[in-house]
Design a protein around this ligand. Structure first.
Ligand code: GDP
Length: 323
């Protein structure tokens, strides 16, 4: 495989080359990892897309929203990539973006690129591969990279840590259900979008939106937020209402963060976070090596038998690791 040729074609925005490049970074094979590193180094480093994380429980309208929102961005002359982080895909055998018909119109646009979640049990592995896929999409000249996830466990954190903006998509709900959204997820959101604000659901959506706006105002102010953010608004992905306003709200926030140093600050913090995560992953992988596993078992038997002190044993084990 000619990596420099592939890098050139990715930089020229060729979608097939981009798809191939993502397949390469998704591979766990040692020789592919070497090529992937070469590829990432050979790409232009100065292109930046707006990375937008999007989370919501199944059925809330994520794919409908991405389709309508993506098409609107394309009409404005922008190029849009859609990636997914789906921790459940390895279990279910499918993935949230596996079914291309979910974004039928968007998938037929040349200005769009849609990629399902890589399937792997490890969220850490999915995270690294998605991060590299984001970099590839940026190098390929995409203006907006949407990173979709389902509201399951840790996946929001993973997506928020690789996004410039985090959107939380919610459905209209009765007042009591407001409690159902975990506080941690609310705290990650820059913009809450209450979807399905159409037809009979419109009054409920408006009320739900006001409830969330109220809840957001009660939360601790973050330094990276200008006045009025984080905010809540209603949209209808189906009737394509409120999407332009949502985009303007996202742009206003982005411009403010850029002007006030928070954009760069966030990306620097994220780079640091991923570096440490990667170190942790590698250390954990070392524990799986046969020699380390055997040493670990022997020491834990000694500890269990009272022949060794837990921390002394741990210290001697860690000191020997990787030698
Ligand atoms: P996802 O599982 O979050 O990707 O949700 P989908 O996009 O597949 O949507 C789930 C269901 O909600 C589908 O039947 C959609 O037609 C419907 N839906 C999505 N957006 C809207 C909307 O804005 N208004 C209404 N009324 N229904 C919607």
């Amino acid at each position: 495989m000619d990596i420099h040729d592939l890098a050139e074609r990715v930089s020229a925005g060729e979608r097939r080359a981009l798809a191939r490049a993502i397949t390469l970074v998704e591979s766990g094979r040692a020789d592919h990892r070497v090529l992937a590193a070469e590829l990432l180094a050979a790409l232009p480093q100065d292109r930046q897309a707006l990375r937008v994380g999007l989370s919501g429980t199944p059925g809330v309208g994520k794919s409908t929203f991405i389709e309508s929102f993506g098409m609107m961005l394309i009409r404005q002359g922008l190029r849009v990539a859609v990636l997914a982080v789906d921790p459940s895909s390895s279990r279910s055998g499918g993935s949230i973006l596996g079914d291309k018909t979910r974004m039928d119109l968007l998938s037929r646009e040349t200005a769009a690129f849609i990629r399902p979640s890589p399937s792997q049990t490890h969220l850490g592995g999915v995270a690294r591969r998605t991060r590299e896929a984001v970099r590839l999409c940026e190098a390929a000249g995409f203006d907006v990279v949407l990173i979709e996830t389902v509201g399951v466990g840790q996946s929001e954190t993973v997506v928020a840590e690789m996004s410039d903006l985090f959107l939380l998509l919610l459905a209209p709900a009765g007042g009591d259900e407001l409690q159902g959204v975990k506080r941690g997820i609310m705290e990650m959101a820059d913009i809450i979008l209450v979807n399905k604000a159409d037809g009979d659901l419109k009054p409920t959506a408006t009320r739900t939106c006001a409830d969330y706006a109220g809840a957001l105002r009660l939360m601790r102010k973050r330094p990276q937020d200008p006045e009025g953010y984080p905010c809540a608004m209603t949209v209808s992905a189906l009737e394509e209402n409120g999407l332009e306003t949502a985009w303007e709200t996202m742009q206003t926030l982005t411009e403010w963060r850029r002007a006030n140093g928070f954009w760069e600050q966030t990306r620097a913090d994220q780079a640091r976070y991923w570096f440490l995560e990667d170190v942790k992953q590698r250390l954990l992988a070392q524990l799986q090596e046969p020699a380390a596993k055997a040493a670990l078992e022997a020491l834990s038997a000694e500890v269990a038998a009272g022949e060794a002190d837990p921390s002394v044993a741990a210290q001697s084990f860690v000191a020997k690791l990787g030698r």
